[in-house]
Write a protein that binds this ligand. Structure first.
Ligand code: PLP
Length: 398
């Protein structure tokens, strides 16, 4: 673009990372597949071919133009400097943790963190001599400052938590961390572009592109975007040292997903809010864990820091219902699948009580919790299905 005006999200996902004039006028970049990169001369081998000056093509593992196209669009929608694509959302969690932590360091992780993040800290990081302290996700600036030790190099965040939906005060946590020399990492999979991590003090933002970016429940992929070129270098070197690689075909599918993401997200945000509001009016429901709903936990912070919401939220049922009754309810649903992951075009319902570990804070609700992901079906059909499900819940007690 010739003007300095920042492009809107809809325009970014339509234009960034396209083929430009490079491939004979075709709109999309092709799938580049390859390990070996051939050089006509030794001098060129020393220099490397380049897509952008600083992106050298040396060997398949270090990426090719299909990867770079996806990296460009993710960096742009998150407002970061550079992005590194890795093989899965979980690899996007573990790679920056390994980039910023070394033996003897200490890491702070919210109690709401994605389960396998916790497992990684409790097993792999522990084995490497790195200690983890879990903290209450809603902790304030003074609270986190008190937990930071001289060897704390990472304050990890995930907001909202993908099972319990607490919204974190990221600017406050970043102030405390930076004042004490620690880096702020964030799992921004829920926020996608609705939360601009680098405007709020995050140093490295990761996403499971598996969710809304891919959008069709058929690819696993992760991204790490950084605030600065130095941070990117650090993350990239770690990714390369670990042999992290994402298939070009998967990156191409993610690029295809990106092009329709703005319309999918808009639809799914509205549909999610409509279904969440419907739940909030039901007598079987204790509380709805959807940060965009006025009165829901974390709503004030969401309103301050986010420009929208994805379609993943939780519903806590009245304590008189047993977890088993919610199992019977989800089994009775016809349009909702029972399954992990989210961000695809299809709706999901997943009972989470008994499957979520917390060590620094009390359970999020007294009664059983079910996580819902709202897809692209009609909300009238989904609500009719949920009506049937609630009948089954009532029949199973309470
Ligand atoms: C919040 C969050 N982060 C990371 C991941 C990991 O993503 P992937 O399944 O691509 O490894 C998930 C997956 O469910 C997630 O929910």
């Amino acid at each position: 673009m010739s003007s300095d005006r920042k492009l809107s999200f809809e325009t970014q996902v339509t234009h960034t990372g396209r083929a430009g004039k490079r491939v004979h006028g075709f709109v999309n970049p092709p799938v580049h597949r390859g390990s070996t990169v051939l050089y006509p001369t030794m001098a060129e081998r020393r220099g490397g071919f380049s897509h952008r000056l600083e992106q050298k093509l040396t060997y398949g593992l270090s990426g090719n133009p299909t990867h770079y196209a996806l990296e460009d669009v993710i960096a742009e929608i998150e407002g970061g400097t550079r992005c590194q694509i890795v093989s899965s959302g979980l690899a996007a969690v573990t790679t920056p943790l390994l980039a910023y932590l070394k033996a003897g360091d200490h890491c702070l992780v919210p109690d709401s963190a994605y389960g396998p993040t916790r497992t990684f800290c409790d097993t792999m990081l522990k084995r490497l001599g790195i200690t983890t302290t879990y903290y209450r996700p809603e902790i304030d600036e003074a609270g986190i400052a008190a937990l930071i030790q001289p060897n704390t190099t990472v304050v990890y965040t995930e907001s909202p938590g993908s099972h319990t939906f607490e919204v974190q005060d990221i600017p406050a946590l970043a102030r405390a961390a930076h004042a004490r020399g620690a880096k702020v990492l964030m799992d921004n999979t829920w926020g996608i572009h609705f939360f601009q991590p680098f405007k709020h003090g995050v140093d490295a933002s990761l996403q499971a592109l598996t969710k809304y970016v891919v959008g069709h429940s058929d690819v696993l992929l992760g991204s790490i975007t950084t605030a600065t070129a130095e941070d990117w270098e650090r993350v990239r070197n770690t990714a390369l040292a670990l042999g992290q690689y994402a298939s070009s075909d998967d990156c191409w599918l993610a690029l295809r997903g990106v092009r329709t993401m703005a319309v999918r997200l808009e639809h799914q945000m509205q549909a999610g809010i409509e279904v969440a509001k419907w739940f909030a009016g039901r007598p079987e429901v204790d509380k709805v864990l959807h940060p965009a709903l006025p009165g829901a936990p974390g709503h004030a912070l969401w309103k301050r820091d986010f420009t929208g919401a994805c379609s993943l939220f939780g519903v806590a049922f009245k304590p008189r219902y047993k977890a088993e009754a919610t199992h019977a309810m989800v089994e009775a649903l016809e349009l909702f699948g029972i399954g992990a992951s989210w961000g695809g075009y299809e709706s999901l319902a997943l009972p989470t009580t008994g499957f979520v570990t917390r060590t620094a804070s009390p359970p999020i609700a007294e009664g059983p919790v079910v996580r819902f992901h709202i897809g692209l079906e009609s909300t009238a059909d989904l609500i009719a299905d949920l009506e049937r499900g609630l009948e089954v819940l009532r029949r199973h007690g309470g």
